[in-house]
Design a protein around this ligand. Structure first.
Ligand SMILES: [Fe+2]
Length: 357
């Protein structure tokens, strides 16, 4: 069996690239966040995304260089950490225990502005109407009823590695995870598609439209009803209809696309059909899952650290941990970023116009 050109060593995948801001850069960033959140134009971040995209042109030069290089070349491959962002953990308030408990503290607006500014260097933040009412900036913290689920709000079980919203055609090109609090250094897990050691036949199979990924529970109408509630918005209903249709399992997709040397990936083992009635596809899928399982690395984020993930060339997950529900648990704020808002024109709603059906 011949080996494909994307074969390579797994030894390189041990650490993620980091850029740590200097104190002068932190000050520059603090000034920009102040400007975004004060003055006559001050509106909630969700309603001034255009203005924040303009302010992003004045982010510290090293940050602009790093994220522009990442956007244009995909390097560092799959993702990086920006460290030393200006966030005051003591001003955030306690980690919420439910979605209704997320407070309105000024420091949380600062976290959101930071995310929006940095996201604007890669593309544009967007959300899904089928998830938390299309909220653009989503909080990740443990919820007691979800302890053992395959959701970001679980804790007692490993959150299996995945691409974010892998089931969706319009899934994010990149995601940003900003750490607000993580006293226990609970690791986020991370791995890329760089130099996957796969044979040519397996690669060929993975490039074929022979696989099925079902939506995760957070996009269903029933989950929304139980957490953030649903609206009577007709577009939101369309979004839930789409989720229900995808849940039928009749849509076949390829797992790998693009350049075989640096393939884009669409994978979420916890929600993929294993019984495909196609032995070759089942074998290739399992080989790829086993390959990723061996190359996952741990990225323990702390307050003010931002993990940027190329959602089409890397996967992420989370190690299990013991949640305390006492206001000190791990807490991240995240957003989805698209390289091309235009592809979803006519299919977006929400008060900010960025929530995709
Ligand atoms: Fe995720």
């Amino acid at each position: 069996m011949s080996k494909s050109t994307i074969e390579g060593s797994e030894q390189r995948h041990t650490a993620i690239a980091r850029l740590t801001l200097s104190s002068a850069e932190r000050e520059e960033l603090t000034g920009l966040v102040d400007e975004a959140l004060t003055g006559p134009q001050a509106l909630p971040v969700e309603h001034q995304l255009g203005r924040l995209a303009v302010l992003a042109h004045r982010l510290p030069e090293r940050v602009r260089e790093t994220l522009t290089e990442f956007r244009l070349t995909g390097r560092p491959y799959g993702g990086l950490v920006l460290a030393g962002l200006p966030l005051d953990e003591s001003a955030l308030g306690p980690t919420p225990a439910s979605y209704s408990e997320v407070t309105d503290r000024p420091e949380l607006h600062r976290a959101t502005a930071l995310l929006a500014l940095l996201a604007s260097l890669l593309g544009d933040p967007f959300s899904f109407l089928s998830q938390q009412k299309g909220q653009l900036f989503l909080d990740v913290f443990p919820v007691t009823q979800h302890e053992n689920d395959q959701l970001g709000s679980s804790s007692a079980v490993e959150l299996d590695w995945h691409n974010e919203d892998a089931f969706h055609e319009d899934r994010a090109d990149w995601i940003m995870l900003l750490c607000l609090r993580n006293h226990d250094l609970v690791p986020t897990t991370f791995a890329t598609t760089e130099a996957l050691p796969l044979d040519a036949e397996t690669v060929r199979t993975l490039f074929a439209r022979r696989f099925v990924i079902l939506p995760d529970e957070s996009h269903t109408a029933s989950f929304n009803q139980a957490t953030t509630g649903v609206t009577d918005d007709a577009m939101q209903q369309l979004a839930f209809d789409l989720i229900a249709d995808l849940n039928t399992g009749k849509h076949q997709i390829p797992i790998l696309t693009g350049d075989p040397q640096a393939p884009m990936i669409r994978i979420d083992p916890a929600f993929m059909q294993r019984d495909l009635g196609d032995e070759e596809a089942e074998r290739a899928q399992q080989v790829l899952i086993d390959t990723f399982a061996r190359r996952m690395t741990d990225v323990p984020l702390t307050t003010g650290e931002l993990l940027v993930v190329d959602n089409k060339r890397a996967v992420h997950g989370r190690r299990p941990f013991k949640a305390r529900y006492d206001g000190t648990d791990r807490w991240l704020r995240r957003t989805n970023i698209t390289a091309d808002l235009r592809r979803t024109e006519g299919r977006r709603g929400g008060s900010h116009g960025r929530a995709v059906v």
